[in-house]
Design a binder for this molecule. Structure first.
Ligand code: GDG
Length: 462
């Protein structure tokens, strides 16, 4: 029987309490829950020595196979090349980019290690689905070890334009590594177009559409768009238990019937939080009627502690919150509640349900699941309005959101004002049209289309 083997850097293990799993884990877990299979990757623990054999744990229809990583190796692979070279490049944020060849070598070493630890677990009929930028060379490593199974790769972050990609000294190697997969998936047509342009560059020997061979004369790869989605009904089910959780009751009590504006993001400089806080300030300056009438709650659980840019953004936001609250707060009201911690998923969906405005304004994002969860959590008879960055992948599907450029502080403030004052009929129409898109491209469609593409790759080889 065909097993689905998902591989990602981090595995969200069921036995470890994790309130903020992040977009990749949410997507992989939902796909595996439906299909069943194996999830292989790092368990979140570092050791002084070399990692041992994978620890196997069966929960329901999912087999979790996880390994430790050596602490020094992890630092160079994850904090270094993955998150200080690749992440900024993929998000067009070159001011955060740094390159160190030793970190790149460790990145390759960890990919070799992943391949070696995964090998003994693989069966001839398995289809393998590798996730995200941490593991681009994995298929090449598995092929070197003789693995013939179909292997797919899904990129959860944007694929950058060639002129940006070229800043990375090792980009040609990584492009060749990508071409070793049978299926390469992106969130948006723009990402796919950027990839196609990159592989046609002379530097990598120009892999043309008609001749997409991946390291062997009998294999071709398919690159395509698979926009990640959510479980729409599940979000609404969690959301519509509103006013039941203790946190939600307390939140509503302190809201005093004011309009709630909500943001939920991993604490990451790509999420545009500083610009968003300034847009709230501008809203209160440009539209003073909102003073005392709106409450903005920003939930931002910490991630990637140990990378300087992530500590810096925390300090910047603490300072901005202090300044804005200092300027506008009254005896019985503060404009911004900035919560630097995670909440459980049902509570988040309940908060979305209560909000008049969902503020999702990343300065670049592969897709952005929060935008989709916000829409799915709304009451169709009285929905809140999504204010969405044009630079998030989700904007290519959710065209009925209030679309804004996150760098344009006045523009975002204006977008929030439009959302706050939007008539009920228009809110209902926009919501209905977005729900239709969310249902069409939901998590099942994402998983099914990708797995079907891998099955097809196997057929093509016969
Ligand atoms: C990457 C790409 C792409 C957030 N805070 C809490 C919490 N979350 C959940 C959200 C959502 C997920 O984490 C975040 O997903 P996003 O898509 O918004 O962003 P990334 O983590 O950057 O995800 C992104 C995604 O992969 C999927 O391909 O869309 O572009 O960057 O589900 O609800 N969950 C809980 N508590 C929190 O405090 N429980």
């Amino acid at each position: 029987m065909t097993r689905l083997v998902a591989v990602s850097n981090r595995v969200a293990q069921p036995t470890i309490e994790s309130k903020s799993a992040g977009g990749l884990s949410i997507g992989v877990l939902s796909a595996l829950k439906e299909h069943g299979g194996v999830w292989f990757g790092w368990n979140g623990k570092t050791t002084d020595g070399e990692p041992g054999d994978p620890k196997i744990e069966q929960v329901g229809n999912i087999t979790y196979a996880t390994i430790d990583l050596n602490a020094v190796s992890f630092d160079k692979f994850y904090n270094g090349f993955s998150n200080t070279s690749l992440w900024p490049i993929c998000h067009y944020l070159l001011g955060f980019f740094r390159f160190d060849r030793r970190e790149y070598e460790e990145y390759r070493h960890v990919n070799t290690l992943f391949a070696n630890k995964l090998l003994p677990l693989l069966q001839p009929d398995d289809i393998i689905w590798v996730h995200d930028y941490h593991l681009i060379p994995l298929a090449s490593e598995l092929r070197l070890a003789g693995i013939k199974n179909p292997i797919g790769f899904f990129l959860h972050v944007p694929f950058p334009d060639i002129e940006v990609l070229r800043v990375l000294p090792v980009y040609t190697q990584l492009l060749r590594n990508l071409c070793a997969y049978d299926v390469i998936g992106f969130h948006t047509p723009g990402d796919l177009a950027a990839f196609n342009e990159a592989i046609n560059q002379k530097e990598i020997g120009g892999i043309h559409k008609a001749d997409r061979r991946n390291n062997s004369p009998d294999r071709h790869f398919r690159a395509d768009v698979f926009p990640i989605g959510i479980d729409v009904d599940n979000c609404y089910k969690l959301a519509s238990t509103a006013r039941q959780s203790d946190n939600t009751k307390r939140m509503i009590h302190h809201l005093h019937d004011r309009n709630l504006i909500i943001g939920v993001d991993r604490l990451d400089y790509s999420k545009g939080l500083e610009e968003r806080f300034r847009a709230i300030e501008r809203l209160l300056q440009n539209y003073p009627e909102n003073r005392g009438q709106v409450s903005y709650i920003q939930i931002a659980p910490k991630t990637r502690a140990g990378i300087r840019a992530y500590d810096d953004i925390r300090h910047t936001l603490e300072q901005a919150t202090g300044e804005i609250n200092g300027e506008f707060a009254d005896i019985d009201w503060i404009p911004i509640r900035y919560l630097n911690r995670a909440f459980d998923r049902p509570t988040l969906m309940e908060f979305f349900h209560e909000a008049s405005v969902g503020l999702v304004t990343p300065i670049r994002d592969g897709m952005n699941l929060v935008a989709k969860e916000f829409v799915a959590s709304q009451d169709p008879d009285n929905p809140g309005v999504l204010v969405l960055s044009l630079l998030a992948g989700a904007a290519s599907e959710l065209t009925d959101a209030v679309l804004v450029n996150p760098y344009d502080i006045d523009g975002v403030a204006n977008g929030i004002q439009v959302a706050l004052t939007m008539p009920l009929n228009e809110r209902k129409e926009r919501h209905a049209s977005m729900i239709e898109i969310l249902r069409r491209n939901d998590i099942t469609t994402w998983r099914t289309h990708f797995v079907d593409a891998l099955m097809q790759a196997r057929e093509n080889l016969k």
